[in-house]
Design a protein around this ligand. Structure first.
Ligand code: 2M8
Length: 719
């Protein structure tokens, strides 16, 4: 595991420790000094990996302040910090409600109920499940009660509705603009107030005063009706079926089902909730034309057409049908939201960057949020959009590593905005590091890591498919194409499990066996050789993974690249032989001191005459950070390598950040720095292929000033 991950995990822990005040964690020490509803859930997910006790205390504190009707409040105030936030208890006056808790000061609204989801994570991540069980038993009825509250008091046409932008979590989302603008603020008296969230340099990141007037207008209205739900529903202008909120409750319903199973409790009611929400969202909030889900204004019976990240959240809730998922994915993975091949942006901004009112700094109107990315990451995995999920995960990790644990980030230059040392950024960063590195290392690698001491010949069976040598390479490539069609997903990843069991793989093996009789002298031109060896490299890797039963990462087997070999024309070739020996013209492996082929090695005669650095964007080492796998033909090899290189350089593996004088690039550039010709060579190749003219100009004018940093390499399997 990269050292910088360990170092930054420590930093994340430091942020959480600093914000921990004994029984809960402040979202941030100055801007948000009390306990927040969904923040606590996200934070507890971070703790669940290294401090179960704290994760439990965090949620226990929140649920201790649960209202008598089941509502979990948006804010639980800490007496000793009163006076530093607005609005505080004297504005909320929650004692006007008969349901307010007796011994706690809280606000009078709620937030997206992600707690059941968090509780399940705490259980799943705990090393001693029996120790956690009493907490699960304690909190389960409270979680049920909190969902019952929504389905009983806050449900209309099967939608759970929110009564305040603060309840949605996305306070000043463009989705609320119309409703807020149309509020006649003279209907309820709004007292004079003084905001506490503004400092000398953050006004452009925070909501406007006119928004705050409306926020407080709504609070005054709630007070006027003593927080009675039916009165609020009748009289308030803000009654919204929020797509994010309904997706979150749906994800939590599904978590509740799992918790009920663990506790052997009845789950009929939960199932019924989940069906109601799922059907309502699927049928009424989806716009096939706009490729997104919208929130719905229940007062005016109209969709709130703002293309925000909330519109993709039905992936997180497991609500979208496969067809809907496919459609919204095509928008989620488009340039408006920083697509996979776009490059030079961090994914996903909270609002379509192409909209005229997209605002890269203003919170909830454009920047990238770690919690939203995290939920979408979970959702994308649920629907098997693995490459995109990894892309989001990478940015959840990269952004804090490069720019600090900020509240939100600029999608185009990564700059952190809002408050510093923000708790959920640290917590969810921690979660992803554990998911991608630590757990993987502890649970999977250490148990299964094998060392290959002797060579394994992968094509060593007696069955041959062909006797006509001339056709072998052609056939092999056709078969690769066939396998690709069948088992490689659109995003370039491979479904290894089904591949292994397939008829096609058996047929493919018969061809690889025929390679034993292949006469390498038949490869005449450099192009023929290049295409042949790239394809063989990509197939020997697939075969090595399949045959050594790798489950999570090529790192599970030490020696995979050097000991798994193909017999080709009676000579054994490992992936290292092909890459460093042949294609890189007998160079050194990135981590070794000597050249691949010893001076007496008979394979030296197959070495390419010239190194074509573009091979680095075509060789697929079976990991998530590699280029997507493709078939290369000798006729088109030049063009194909041009495309592969252009795709790679314009993907998120290369980021030019003028504001910071930084160039973030894939670790491939670090390992093969010499192949590229050092720092200058790296800049040259990027300049040659980069599409974005502005960034190109910056790069060429600032060669000396620019600092190159390397992105972390994800060695997890590209399955
Ligand atoms: C922000 O909202 C609070 C009000 O709840 C505020 O601006 O004062 C939002 O980002 C919200 O989602 C978040 O839970 C809260 C605390 O981090 O801050």
């Amino acid at each position: 595991m990269a050292n910088h991950i360990l170092l930054n995990l420590k930093r994340a822990k430091y942020v959480l420790d600093k914000n921990w005040i004994g029984n809960f964690t402040q979202p941030s020490r100055f801007l948000y000094p009390h306990q927040w509803n969904w923040d606590s859930a996200f934070i507890s997910i971070g703790y669940s990996h290294f401090n179960t006790k704290r994760a439990i205390t965090e949620l226990t504190s929140l649920f201790n302040a649960q209202w008598k009707n089941g509502m979990v409040p948006q804010i639980v105030f800490t007496k000793k910090n009163l006076g530093s936030y607005f609005p505080e208890p004297e504005i909320w006056q929650t004692s006007r409600s008969k349901f307010a808790p007796d011994n706690y000061l809280t606000s009078g609204i709620s937030m997206p109920p992600i707690h059941a989801y968090a509780v399940l994570k705490i259980y799943e991540n705990s090393l001693n499940k029996n120790k956690v069980l009493p907490f699960i038993k304690w909190i389960f009825p409270k979680l049920i009660k909190s969902h019952q509250y929504f389905y009983k008091y806050r449900c209309h046409d099967d939608f759970i509705y929110v009564i305040h932008p603060w309840e949605s979590g996305m306070d000043n989302s463009p989705a609320w603009d119309n409703i807020l603008e149309n509020i006649d603020i003279n209907k309820v008296t709004v007292p004079a107030f003084k905001r506490k969230d503004l400092s000398t340099d953050n006004a452009e990141m925070r909501p406007k005063d006119s928004d705050y007037t409306r926020y407080i207008y709504l609070v005054e209205l709630f007070k006027k009706y003593s927080y009675q739900e039916s009165k609020i529903f009748e009289n308030s202008p803000f009654i919204v079926a929020d797509t994010l909120f309904n997706s979150v409750i749906s994800a939590s319903n599904k978590a509740l089902l799992k918790l009920a199973k663990i506790l052997k409790n009845d789950s009929t009611e939960i199932l019924e909730w989940d069906n109601r929400t799922t059907n309502a969202v699927r049928n009424k909030l989806y716009s096939e034309k706009d490729k997104i889900f919208y929130s719905y204004d229940l007062k005016n019976n109209s969709l709130l057409k703002a293309d925000t990240a909330a519109g993709f959240m039905p992936l997180f809730g497991g609500i979208a049908t496969e067809k809907q998922a496919e459609t919204i994915y095509s928008y989620l993975n488009s340039t408006g939201f920083c697509s996979l091949l776009q490059g030079n942006c961090f994914t996903i901004p909270n609002y379509d960057t192409k909209k005229t009112d997209y605002d890269r700094k203003n919170y909830w109107r454009g920047p990238v949020w770690i919690n939203i990315n995290w939920m979408l990451w979970e959702g994308l995995k649920r629907y098997a959009y693995i490459q995109k999920a990894d892309d989001l995960a990478r940015d959840i990790i990269q952004l804090p590593v490069r720019f600090g644990f900020f509240e939100y980030f600029d999608s185009f230059n990564g700059r952190g905005y809002g408050t510093k040392d923000f708790s959920w950024s640290a917590a969810l960063f921690t979660d992803l590091c554990y998911e991608y590195y630590i757990k993987h290392k502890k649970n999977k690698l250490s148990k299964t890591r094998k060392i290959l001491l002797n060579s394994i010949v992968l094509n060593n069976e007696s069955s041959y498919a062909i006797t006509d040598q001339k056709n072998i390479s052609q056939l092999l490539l056709t078969k690769v194409k066939e396998l690709k069609k069948e088992f490689y997903t659109d995003s370039g990843t491979i479904n290894y499990q089904s591949l292994q069991k397939s008829k096609q793989y058996n047929e493919y093996k018969m061809i690889t066996n025929s390679l034993r009789k292949f006469d390498l002298n038949m490869l005449n031109s450099e192009n023929e050789k290049k295409a042949f060896w790239i394809n063989v490299y990509n197939t020997v890797i697939v075969d090595s993974i399949v045959q050594s039963g790798i489950k999570t990462s090529v790192k599970e087997v030490i020696g995979l690249f050097s000991k798994c070999k193909y017999n080709i024309g009676n000579k054994l070739f490992s992936a290292d032989d092909i890459e460093h020996g042949i294609l890189r013209c007998n160079a050194r492996h990135a981590f070794r001191k000597i050249k691949q082929f010893h001076f007496l090695n008979s394979k030296k005669k197959y070495i390419m005459k010239n190194l074509d650095v573009r091979i680095h964007f075509a060789l697929v080492c079976g990991s998530r950070s590699c280029a997507p796998i493709k078939y290369y033909s000798s006729n088109n090899i030049d063009n194909d390598l041009e495309i592969a290189t252009r795709n790679f350089i314009n993907s998120s593996e290369v980021m030019v950040l003028p504001e910071n004088n930084r160039l973030l690039v894939s670790s491939i550039f670090k390992w093969y720095k010499n192949d590229f010709g050092g720092k200058n060579g790296i800049i040259n190749i990027i300049l040659k292929y980069l599409n974005n003219e502005e960034k190109k100009e910056f790069l060429s004018n600032n060669r000396k000033k620019i600092k190159i940093e390397y992105l972390y390499y994800d060695w997890n399997l590209n399955k």
